[in-house]
Write a protein that binds this ligand. Structure first.
Ligand SMILES: *[C@@H]1O[C@H](CO)[C@@H](O)[C@H](O)[C@H]1NC(C)=O
Ligand SMILES: *[C@@H]1O[C@H](CO)[C@@H](O)[C@H](O)[C@H]1NC(C)=O
Ligand SMILES: *[C@@H]1O[C@H](CO)[C@@H](O)[C@H](O)[C@H]1NC(C)=O
Ligand SMILES: *[C@@H]1O[C@H](CO)[C@@H](O)[C@H](O)[C@H]1NC(C)=O
Ligand SMILES: *[C@@H]1O[C@H](CO)[C@@H](O)[C@H](O)[C@H]1NC(C)=O
Ligand SMILES: *[C@@H]1O[C@H](CO)[C@@H](O)[C@H](O)[C@H]1NC(C)=O
Ligand SMILES: *[C@@H]1O[C@H](CO)[C@@H](O)[C@H](O)[C@H]1NC(C)=O
Ligand SMILES: *[C@@H]1O[C@H](CO)[C@@H](O)[C@H](O)[C@H]1NC(C)=O
Ligand SMILES: *[C@@H]1O[C@H](CO)[C@@H](O)[C@H](O)[C@H]1NC(C)=O
Ligand SMILES: *[C@@H]1O[C@H](CO)[C@@H](O)[C@H](O)[C@H]1NC(C)=O
Ligand SMILES: *[C@@H]1O[C@H](CO)[C@@H](O)[C@H](O)[C@H]1NC(C)=O
Ligand SMILES: *[C@@H]1O[C@H](CO)[C@@H](O)[C@H](O)[C@H]1NC(C)=O
Length: 750
């Protein structure tokens, strides 16, 4: 996994793949806990096999003690009872379940795989997935474990060529080598011997030279799932595929997972796979008109079997054709393409449709009740980031119960969409930028308990929020920023991980946020409201908080010392309030801090020395417009990543330290990839698994009277502002080594 660079979207797929793997493995997982089986039946493992396992253990580094039951003591003699070993009521070891992800734990083994395993002549299952074999090669002798039916070496840090000897495993039904740094020797011919293989997963293997993958695959009569995502498979139109009548074979193939390759066409042969249920060609180079691309699929028998079609993240153009030509379709993923035009009413003939994602295209037009009248099975609806207008009558009762609603940037307003209250099984509800100008409805207090994510940000919603702490107790994310909500903060669910109520008119004390005490909070943004009072001393509930933004309220008093308990904190912005007193000393424990903005408060005291000593990751430090005095501590120069230092409008005296040439980040060229200073990654079944980088830091930098919001290019901005202080002496010559400094202001010092 570590060795391959791939865009964010794929990384998510990786996660997805991992989750699927877990689901997939669960029947096997069940056996592991059956440790007592051997005893109960007086089954004892053979001494030869026991010694072989002990020898195998010797080669491994077992930091977590996963193999602690593997011993020679009397009570541990029966190796059929050892963790991960299963004899299935024989005297032979039949299964070794040693994947790192077992029973909801991660226990990663390291080391080498001893050939002593060859003594396990009856072994049918070997799972070493997720362990760390330190970029070693897959041992060739695994090809001699000829009774193997199931071999899982996925995500185990192997590298090098896949040994041809695996072609000897004639009983293999399941082969998973996904997520290693593997290559192949010339072609995949060795695979064609594995005639019993059902599930084949070589994802993230470099198959760029495997011109025969389709031919070999099509000759495996039992092949059901073929997983070749991110395999560098070449564009089909350019490669010289040998002539072959594919319609003769692929007699069992149901899932063809090819995302993250370089396909620019959909070959006709795919349409001839009569058993094909799922085709994933997302994140490839497909271009041209959608109707032409799917013509090849609808020309053959796959037309009737196809249930899942994922063409998202390509450059497909044209309008949405009549997809009802695939009568079995359940899931359509077309988001992140260049489709234009409207959504045809014929979509309503897809009676089996459960998932429809066409977000992030250039579609437009009116979506009405008529589109949905037959779609009673719909569970996910993604229309966001197009130019749709949604027109439903006020009392519309949809025929479906949605789990995911993604309607961002759709024109839904001005009234609050009333039909949402009929949806009693929603998990994700995202309706930002929908031009809703309305008061929050009474039934908002009665949202279903299934709700996990709610985003009504950037609308014009007014009114007061009801208590969300009981009915919506499973909420994980709330984004209601940029609205006109008012009144006190409501009671909030315990297990929130993201709360953004910024840019509203909430007022009064914020003590209710202390109820978010499940320890999961990562992101808290209450900026630009009318909140007031002292901060409650409950930061200890948020050990995982990464981003804290209280900018632009009326908070006053000292910052509670429990702020220092936020050991994961990267960004803290308390600017434009009336905080006073010293900066809390405890803040020095927040050693991951990259961004501090305390501008425009009444903080008092000397610029603390611990900032330089204990916050080595700091990139931005803004203490502008406070009451700091004393000299600039020399150890501030230790901050080699610092790009913005703003101490202006204080009472700081003394000279400018010569060691400022130690701000190496100001001397070196930045690049725009360093824009992001801290980010919280968030994973949910969102717009079909597109990783959302939900937070990009930004800072209002007051620069020579201009107030600019630097968001995109923050990484490039390098500024020192010491103006309006009581500094004396000369500008040290060392400043000239800060080659990338775009701004230096030392005006009005003294
Ligand atoms: C992947 O394997 C190649 C050789 O096959 C090696 O050069 C490269 O360093 C490996 N990558 C990583 C990240 O280990
Ligand atoms: C991993 O391999 C490298 C070089 O092959 C070796 O130097 C290192 O000690 C190995 N690490 C472990 C934990 O085995
Ligand atoms: C994949 O393998 C080919 C041929 O061996 C090589 O040219 C290419 O650089 C490899 N691609 C990656 C991403 O490693
Ligand atoms: C391919 O095989 C199918 C089924 O055997 C047959 O109907 C078709 O004519 C063949 N196509 C070609 C081009 O040989
Ligand atoms: C349709 O399939 C043929 C034969 O595989 C291929 O040459 C053509 O490019 C495909 N068309 C599209 C639009 O993918
Ligand atoms: C879609 O875009 C193409 C060009 O990209 C344009 O010719 C066509 O008129 C557009 N169709 C619609 C319905 O907007
Ligand atoms: C819904 O199904 C009925 C019955 O098959 C059909 O007549 C009607 O056209 C469909 N509605 C839409 C909007 O497709
Ligand atoms: C909106 O859709 C366009 C077109 O696919 C895409 O380029 C853009 O990134 C999307 N915006 C968001 C916020 O997803
Ligand atoms: C509600 O959603 C869950 C998945 O989130 C699903 O398993 C369940 O079947 C749905 N229930 C109904 C009544 O639709
Ligand atoms: C919340 O909504 C705002 C405004 O629509 C948006 O900029 C932000 O990315 C959203 N997400 C979070 C986590 O704040
Ligand atoms: C420069 O910074 C390093 C740490 O980044 C520190 O050890 C060193 O003392 C600093 N030099 C000066 C002159 O402050
Ligand atoms: C805090 O939130 C405001 C918007 O309300 C935003 O402009 C500012 O960039 C945020 N600052 C930080 C450091 O997150």
């Amino acid at each position: 996994m570590t060795m391959i660079t791939f865009p964010g979207g794929w990384f998510l797929k990786l996660l997805h793949g991992f989750l699927m793997l877990l689901v997939h493995l669960s029947p096997f997982l069940g056996f592991i806990s059956g440790a007592g089986v051997g005893d109960a039946n007086n089954i004892r493992c053979l001494e030869r096999e026991r010694l072989a396992l002990l020898e195998f253990k010797k080669g491994l580094v077992d930091d977590n003690g996963m193999l602690s039951s593997w011993g020679s003591e009397d009570e541990n003699k029966n190796c059929c009872n050892w963790e991960g070993v299963n004899c299935r009521q024989t005297n032979h070891v039949l299964e070794l379940h040693l994947g790192a992800y077992q029973n909801n734990r991660v226990q990663r083994l390291q080391g080498t795989i001893s050939p002593s395993l060859l003594a396990l002549t009856h072994l049918t299952l070997l799972d070493l997935s997720g362990n760390n074999f330190n970029q070693s090669h897959i041992p060739e002798f695994i090809g001699s474990l000829i009774n193997l039916k199931y071999l899982d070496l996925s995500n185990a840090d192997f590298s090098g060529p896949i040994p041809l000897q695996l072609g000897n495993l004639l009983h293999l039904q399941n082969l998973n080598l996904e997520g290693n740094n593997l290559t192949i020797i010339e072609n995949l011919k060795w695979l064609s011997h594995l005639s019993l293989v059902k599930d084949l997963d070589l994802a993230l293997t470099n198959l760029s030279v495997a011109n025969d993958w389709l031919e070999v695959g099509s000759r495996l009569p039992h092949l059901t799932t073929l997983n070749l995502w991110s395999c560098n498979l070449p564009s089909m139109s350019l490669s010289s595929l040998p002539p072959f009548n594919y319609s003769k074979s692929f007699t069992s193939l149901e899932s063809l997972i090819l995302f993250g390759n370089q396909f620019d066409i959909i070959p006709k042969s795919f349409g001839n796979i009569c058993t094909l249920r799922e085709l994933d060609l997302s994140e490839n180079n497909l271009n041209g008109q959608l109707f032409e691309l799917i013509n090849n699929l609808s020309a053959g028998c796959a037309k009737d079997s196809l249930e899942v079609l994922d063409l998202s993240g390509n450059q497909i153009t044209g309008s949405l054709p009549n997809l009802a030509i695939f009568p079995s379709l359940k899931e359509i993923f077309l988001q992140y393409n260049n489709l234009n035009g409207t959504v045809p009413k014929s979509i309503g003939n897809l009676f089996n449709l459960e998932v429809l994602f066409v977000s992030s295209n250039f579609l437009h037009g009116v979506i009405s009740e008529a589109h949905f009248s037959n779609l009673s099975k719909l569970r996910y609806l993604g229309l966001s980031n197009n130019s749709f207008t949604l027109e439903f009558s006020f009392n519309w009762v949809p025929p479906f119960q949605l789990e995911g609603i993604y309607l961002g940037s759709c024109m839904l307003g001005p009234r609050f969409p009333n039909w949402i209250q009929t949806q009693r099984n929603i998990s994700n509800l995202k309706i930002s930028y929908a031009r809703i100008s309305d008061t929050i409805p009474m039934w908002f207090a009665d949202l279903p308990p299934t709700l996990r994510v709610i985003d009504f940000s950037s609308n014009h919603i007014d009114g007061r929020l009801p208590d969300l702490s009981i009915k919506c107790m499973y909420l994980e994310e709330i984004n209601l920023s940029v609205n006109r909500l008012e009144g006190p903060l409501p009671l909030l669910p315990t297990n929130l991980s993201i709360l953004n109520l910024s840019e509203n008119r909430f007022s009064g004390s914020i003590s209710s946020i202390c109820e978010i005490n499940g320890g999961l909070l990562k992101y808290l943004d209450l900026s630009h409201n009318l909140l007031s009072g002292k901060l409650p001393n409950c930061f200890m509930h948020w050990p995982n908080l990464v981003i804290l933004n209280f900018t632009g309220n009326n908070f006053y008093g000292e910052v509670p010392s429990s702020l220092g308990l936020l050991s994961q904190l990267q960004t803290v912005s308390l600017s434009y309030n009336s905080f006073s007193g010293d900066l809390p000393l405890s803040l020095k424990n927040c050693s991951l801090l990259t961004f501090i903005n305390f501008e425009n408060n009444r903080f008092f005291g000397t610029v603390p020395t611990w900032i330089g000593e204990d916050l080595p990751q700091l990139i931005i430090l803004i203490l502008r417009s406070n009451k700091f005095y004393g000299s600039i501590p020399l150890n501030l120069c230790w901050l080699k990543y610092l790009r913005i230092l703003d101490l202006s409008i204080n009472d700081i005296s003394g000279s400018i330290p010569r060691c400022i040439d130690n701000f190496t980040a100001m001397a070196e060229k930045g690049d725009s990839s360093t824009d992001i200073i801290s980010s919280v990654y968030n994973y949910s079944y969102d717009e079909h698994l597109i990783f959302e980088k939900i937070y990009v830091d930004s800072a209002r930098i007051a620069w020579k009277g201009r107030d600019d919001e630097y968001r995109k290019n923050l990484g490039l901005l390098k500024i020192i502002n010491l103006s309006s202080n009581k500094l004396t002496g000369k500008l040290p010559s060392q400043i000239s080594s800060l080659l990338q400094l775009v701004g230096l202001d030392v005006s009005k010092t003294t």
